[in-house]
Write a protein that binds this ligand. Sequence first.
Ligand code: UTP
Length: 291
Amino acid sequence: MPRPIKKAVFPVGGMGTRFLPATKATPKEMLTVVDKPLIQYAVEEARAAGIEEFIFVTGRGKTAIEDHFDHSAELEALLAARGQRDPEALGMLRLPPGAVAYTRQQEPLGLGHAVWCARHLVGDEPFAVLLADELVLAETPCLTQLVSLYERVDGCVFALAEVPREQTNRYGIVDIAKDDGQIVEIKGMIEKPEPAQAPSTTSIIGRYILQPSVFAELGRQERGVGGEIQLTDSLARLLGATPFHGLRFKGQRFDCGSKAGFLKATIAYAMQRPDLREELTAFFRDIRGAD
Ligand code: UTP
């Protein structure tokens, strides 16, 4: 039986330049889809998958994230005075004291560097990584699906999604050894390849289960594409030493790091909500009629 996944790392140290000016003073991960910040969706997904320790790799200007998961005595007193005693009923998530750790990346040198910054907090055990700017709308949360596969295959497990060939240079792309349509055995991976060089159009999206051996590779601090320390490059060096599997998960994925993806997520999540669906449907009918 593989060792259980109890810790999750949330790299939230990026600059979010594609969302300027919104992200000048607000972390990208605090951008709101309907009424919940992106980071809360990721934390809830991790909690549903059995994660018990939540490790955030933050940076300058990211204190709103810490505040968001903190106890707010003032707000809770106000709600209680209004008869609303259960903050969770209002969607406010409270993580148990001592189950949350924050460390600073100091410089946004890339996703690989952010994950490496969590090495002492993770220690010598397998762990999950969730990128808050990827949302997955699914009946069974995406990380739960990955954990189920991991329990059967051990090693490293990745969530996979197809991307248009012209977009391979935005994502980590896998080289496929074996594919049964759902579970993929991975024989290679490359970060942001140009479409002509991409070994496939299957990309790793922001959900990973990793082995702690990745930290030694990340510790070499080698720069990759875009001058950043890439997680994919270190993972590629572990190939062969540990099993690598990808899962074509069930669910709809939204790349909320791009504006179009963020807007699509907002619409899709709003349409899931009984209090909004009807009004929005009428609105879409109206604007289509106005064409
Ligand atoms: P992105 O590649 O989307 O980068 O990071 P970014 O800086 O957030 O956004 P843009 O491209 O400038 O608009 C994917 C995830 O990795 C984290 C980000 O916070 C985001 O959740 N990240 C990225 C770090 O934690 N540190 C880094 O150095 C880079």
